[in-house]
Structure formats: C-alpha cells, structure tokens
Design a protein around this ligand. Structure first.
Ligand code: NAD
Length: 326
C-alpha cells in the first residue's frame, strides 16, 4: 500500500483509546509522523506509553469540542466514548464530542486541506428491520432514548462530513465500524467481550442480557486497523459510508461459552432483562468493503479472544497487586 513520508503529519483524535492507540502504532510503523490527541475521558496514556520515546510521535491533551490549530495532512477522527456506560455518563458531552468534534475537525481539514476519516458506527442503523445491514439502509434510530446521544451524534457527524464534502470539496472517508474487540479495550466499559472475559477470569457468574439468543459480530482490532488504513488510502472518489466489521455471527450465549472454555473458568451464565433499545441482531454486510478496499477480516474469534484474554489477565493481575491505578 502506498504510504506517506515522515514529514507528513497524521492526526488521530481519540488516539489514546482502544482503536486509536492501535492506529497510532500502525501509522508510526508505516513511516509517518503521528499527532495523537485525546482528552483521556476513556483513553489512557498507558495505551500509548510504548510510543513516548518515538521521534515521530506527539501526544496532545485536548478536547475536540474546542477548536485546535495544527498543520496536518490526514485526520482520523475517533474521539468519542464508544461504550454505553461511558457515553451515557455525560450524554450532552457525548453529542458534543460527535457534533462539535466533527465541526472542529472538519474546520481543521478545510483550513489545511487534509483528508479526513470519520469513525462512525453500526449504531447509525439503530434497531434495524433488515439483516444484515447494507450502507444504503437508513436505519431505525430512537431520537430521544438513552442511546440517542451516541447514535444521533454519530448520524449528525456523518451529515456534516457529507455536507463539507459537497459544499467545501473536502476529501472525506466515512467508516461505519461494527463491534471491535482486542487488547487495550477498557476493562470496565460494560461491553460484552470485556464483561465476559473479566467475569470469567474472576470465576464470577457471566451476565447475559435477554435469553442470550441475540447475535453480534466481533471484529478483531488488527483487522479493523487494516480496514481503516485501506479506507484512508483508497481512491479519492470512494468516500463511503462503508461498513467495516466481521460478518461471522455468534449468539451472546455462544460467546459466553467460548470465553469460559478459553479461560478455563468455573463461571456459569446468569440471565438479566434486555436493556432498552438494545438491538437483537447486528451483522455487517461488507460486500462494499470487500470490493472497494479488497479487505475482509482474517482473525478468527477464538484467536482474537485468546489475545484479548491474555491482555486482560495481565492487566487484572497487575491491578490486583495494586501496581496500577486502573
Ligand atoms: N470499538 C468499537 O467496537 C467501535 C464500534 C463502532 C464505532 N467505534 C468508534 O471508534 C472510535 C474509537 O472507539 P474505541 O472503541 O477506541 O473507544 P475508546 O473509548 O477507547 O476511544 C475513544 C477515545 O476518544 C477520547 N475522547 C472522547 N471524547 C473526547 C473528546 N471530546 N475530545 C478528545 N478525546 C475524546 C477518549 O478519551 C478515548 O481515548 C469512536 O469514535 C467510536 O464511536 C468503535
């Protein structure tokens, strides 16, 4: 894949988060200069500490809801809490991070003529009536529910990206990311993979919402970073939105059993009512990504879970020893 040069600056907002930190690793390895911007709401310096001594890495504490002046050639806009526990903690700030954040980063892209990629989400489809979801499906989103700050914020950000493209001729790329997991996920983000692994490692009961028959698709982080990089490098006339995720579908109960097996845990399943607006099925149609980006996920669920379990095991052991502030 053709890459940029070390004098080219790539900004990653939300760069100290789960996906952002892996993206920073990857971009540095490809030879560019990386500016990682984060307000550390859900991200952590620890996720990028391996990069502190790198001569082409810079870390800035900043909130994207405020404008910033930088000279950049590419922007990956990832800044936004991604898990319900975190984005519902301060819903107004969540909408601001998506909407004001998009306006500020698009403004920066307009001034510098940088190419800009938006980390959008499968949540723009809401609780869909069609399965799997293709990019031309407009979604079924509740505009006033507890998840709306995230879903509608991301939808509005997509609107802004497309309007800046039409009105100001900005080079944009919009990725609709589906469930992604892997090392550096926040251990207390309440998401299903981290919850199950944490509970299994502690031999606690595994909490399944509903009857466990709802399905999810899980994409391993390295596959997602491949996709984001290819999208950024794709031809100028391809702007998305494009679904990125792993189309293999698993029920939540299947995932729970896999985690129990791979951790050798004594945990058992306990069932709780489904939260409001929780979709029953979520699976990407990645036909477009396959044909335009020549991309598809490679890492099987068992392998990805093994890496993630190893990461959580070490993190939780360190925490138990009191050597970490996590
Ligand atoms: N991981 C997934 O499964 C998934 C799925 C769909 C979409 N996404 C999107 O990908 C992006 C990254 O998600 P993630 O899973 O790495 O989550 P994350 O919470 O680990 O990363 C988000 C990062 O953004 C930072 N942030 C939040 N608000 C900010 C603000 N106002 N200013 C500056 N920084 C801010 C956080 O501190 C964090 O480092 C998000 O935009 C998310 O919506 C992720």
């Amino acid at each position: 894949m053709p890459r940029l040069h070390d004098y080219q600056q790539v900004l990653v907002t939300g760069g100290a988060g789960f996906l952002g930190s892996h993206l920073c690793d990857r971009l540095l390895a490809s030879g560019v200069t990386v500016v990682c911007l984060d307000n550390f709401f859900t991200g952590n310096r620890r996720n990028v500490e391996q990069l502190f001594d790198h001569p082409r890495f810079e870390l800035i504490r900043h909130d994207v809801t405020f404008p910033i002046h930088l000279e950049v050639d590419e922007i990956y806009n990832l800044a936004c809490a991604a898990s319900p526990i975190h984005y519902q903690f301060d819903p107004v700030q969540t909408t601001k991070s998506s909407v004001h954040g998009a306006i500020n980063m698009l403004g920066l892209a307009k001034r510098t003529r940088a190419k800009i990629l938006q980390a959008s989400t499968s949540e723009v489809y809401g609780d869909p009536e069609v399965h799997p979801q293709r990019e031309d499906y407009w979604g079924r989103v509740n505009p006033i529910g507890p998840r709306s700050c995230y879903d509608e914020g991301k939808r509005c950000a997509e609107t802004l990206f497309f309007d800046y493209h039409r009105q100001h001729k900005l080079q944009i790329k919009v990725a609709r990311i589906f469930n992604t997991y892997g090392p550096r996920m926040h251990p207390n983000d309440g998401r299903v993979v981290s919850n199950f692994i944490r509970q299994a490692l502690h031999n606690e009961p595994i909490t399944v919402y509903g009857d466990g028959s709802q399905t999810r698709s899980f994409c391993y982080v390295s596959d997602m970073i491949d996709a984001l990089e290819s999208l950024m490098q794709s031809s100028d006339d391809f702007i998305g939105p494009v679904n990125l995720g792993n189309p293999s579908e698993f029920t939540i109960a299947e995932l729970a059993r896999k985690v129990i097996d791979l951790t050798g845990s004594r945990s058992y399943l306990v069932y709780h009512p489904l939260p409001q607006d929780d979709p029953l099925q979520r699976r990407p149609d990645i036909t477009l990504a396959r044909s335009t980006l020549d991309w598809q996920p490679k890492v099987p669920l068992d392998e990805g879970l093994r890496h993630t379990i190893a990461y959580f095991d070490e993190l939780l052991t360190t925490r138990a020893r009191g050597a970490s502030s996590l």
